[in-house]
Design a protein around this ligand. Structure first.
Ligand code: HEC
Length: 464
């Protein structure tokens, strides 16, 4: 870790200072309204000043931390700007407080505004460390009902939009773009909403179909953060991609039948496999984990004391993710303790930590592990050797490490591993080709932009 990174790491600790101080200021300021507490007024300016200084320090460390990058850059940007705004407001208040005190109502509103901004900034920061919706998850959740039975008697008579496009949208997009959630201010559950578009306007570009937001998002390389559906979700099948492109290029009609749109050979092929591919995906066994009792509170405390961030993987699943971002003792020791809870741990995140190649001796004990992040650490092939013991691993991130092709090769036979993120490792282009041609479920993801282009080769892709 270099100095800049180290400075950034202080942010999560430091932010509590301005938050605490500002809350104190607001409370004290409110109390000065009462004669009994009027004496507090003299100290507020000093405390407020200290609060502003600590807020500026938090801004600096926060900015430094943001340089490490995040998979949630939008949230980071929003948080940054609200934090700057909040600091500016408190600074303005520092100078205008005397004047405001004279106007009781204005003063009250100002205090309320300050408190709201502070809470909002804190909430955004919390969402970044604990995940969006951390506060509200589990409240008012309902199952979205979507049509999942594909019922087409004669494919030629099927209405392309309603029977194919909307059917796919219901299955793969509406959970985030529907009545429950409107990610990107977008709904895809009905013609009207599709026509209305999202945050960035129209979804379908009639003049230049390939440039429409909908098709662009779908065709983006699947590791691009703007790719839809997000990479962890069920992806569109090859046939679905062909049909979407066909539909959009032909003008995105909402009522034309298949026959009326005169499909060419490629589309006919896609239509023929549409149902089969789709059903295969639907029938693919939904992950069933053995239910498990919640982690014992004392054990959780012990982990947290050591610096582990412990979070439940889902509101209805007591398995946990451990994040080793703030661990100050040796990671080897921390992992040894964590291994005592290996039944519970299915995700282990050691990104950007001080992890070294020989720290993972206990890894094989995490026999339930499904996801593992070792990116941007000091690990190399030795650590990967430990990974080979993880028969349930599905996702591995070793971006920016010294891993080499020979280390990665040993992983390719892991039964469930299907995603390995490897950009910035020591693999050469040739080795990459060799690895990719091995018979394996595992797919290697590089950061370069191998944009998916819809060509016939899609059909020759390895069966998933
Ligand atoms: C797991 C949730 C999730 C699923 C599933 C999902 N999206 Fe999204 N989508 C998002 C989020 C979050 C954003 C906003 C962030 C962004 O712009 O990347 C977004 C944004 C978009 C946008 C941009 C809207 C705009 O105007 O900015 C489009 C278009 C889109 N999604 C299409 C789709 C399509 C098509 C599918 C299904 C094939 C899909 N999404 C599935 C979460 C999801």
């Amino acid at each position: 870790m270099n100095l800049i990174e180290l400075i950034g790491r202080f942010h999560p600790i430091l932010v509590h200072l301005p938050i605490g101080i500002f809350v104190l200021v607001i409370v004290m300021d409110g109390l000065t309204r009462f004669e009994k507490f009027a004496y507090l007024s003299t100290s507020i300016r000093l405390i407020l000043g200290i609060g502003i200084l600590s807020a500026i320090l938090s801004l600096v460390t926060g900015y430094t931390l943001s340089l490490e990058g995040s998979n949630n850059q939008d949230l980071v940007n929003n948080h940054q700007w609200t934090a700057i705004g909040t600091t500016a407001l408190f600074t303005a208040y520092f100078f205008l407080r005397k004047k405001l005190m004279a106007k009781r109502l204005a003063h009250t509103y100002t205090l309320l505004l300050l408190l709201t901004m502070l809470a909002w900034t804190g909430h955004q920061g919390g969402s970044l460390t604990h995940g969006e919706g951390f506060l509200t998850e589990g409240i008012g959740e309902t199952q979205t009902t979507t049509e999942t039975q594909l019922n087409i008697k004669d494919i030629n008579q099927a209405v392309v939009y309603k029977d194919l496009v909307q059917y796919t949208l219901n299955q793969k997009c509406v959970q985030c773009h529907g009545s429950e959630k409107q990610k990107g201010k977008l709904r895809l559950d009905d013609i009207g909403w599709i026509k209305a578009g999202g945050k960035n306007g129209n979804l379908i570009n009639t003049l230049n179909p390939a440039n429409g937001e909908l098709i662009k998002r779908i065709l983006l390389d699947d590791i691009d953060e703007h790719h839809m559906p997000p990479k962890e979700k069920t992806q569109l099948t090859a046939a679905e991609l062909v049909i979407f492109q066909w539909w959009i290029n032909a003008g995105a009609s909402f009522d034309k039948s298949v026959a009326a749109m005169t499909p060419d050979a490629k589309v006919i092929k896609a239509l023929a496999s549409f149902k089969e591919e789709n059903q295969k995906q639907v029938k693919a066994p939904i992950k069933t984990r053995e239910p498990i009792e919640p982690l014992d509170e004392k054990r959780q405390e012990k982990l947290e004391k050591m610096g582990w961030v412990v979070s439940q993987v889902a509101s209805d699943d007591n398995h946990i993710r451990l994040t080793g971002y703030n661990i100050e003792i040796s990671l080897k020791e921390a992992l040894a303790l964590a291994a005592e809870n290996s039944e519970h741990v299915i995700e282990l995140k050691l990104s950007f930590s001080a992890l070294q190649d020989n720290d993972l001796n206990n890894l094989s004990k995490f026999k339930n592990l499904e996801k593992l992040w070792l990116d941007h650490t000091g690990i190399a092939d030795n650590a990967l050797k430990q990974v080979t013991a993880l028969n349930n691993i599905e996702y591995l991130n070793i971006v920016g490490t010294k891993a080499t092709a020979s280390g990665i090769k040993n992983l390719m036979n892991l039964p469930k591993l299907n995603m390995i993120y490897v950009q910035g490792t020591k693999i050469t282009a040739e080795e990459r080709l060799a690895l990719e041609s091995t018979k394996s479920n595992a797919k290697l993801y590089f950061g370069d932009s191998m944009k998916s282009v819809i060509t016939d080769t899609l059909f020759t892709k390895k069966a998933e």
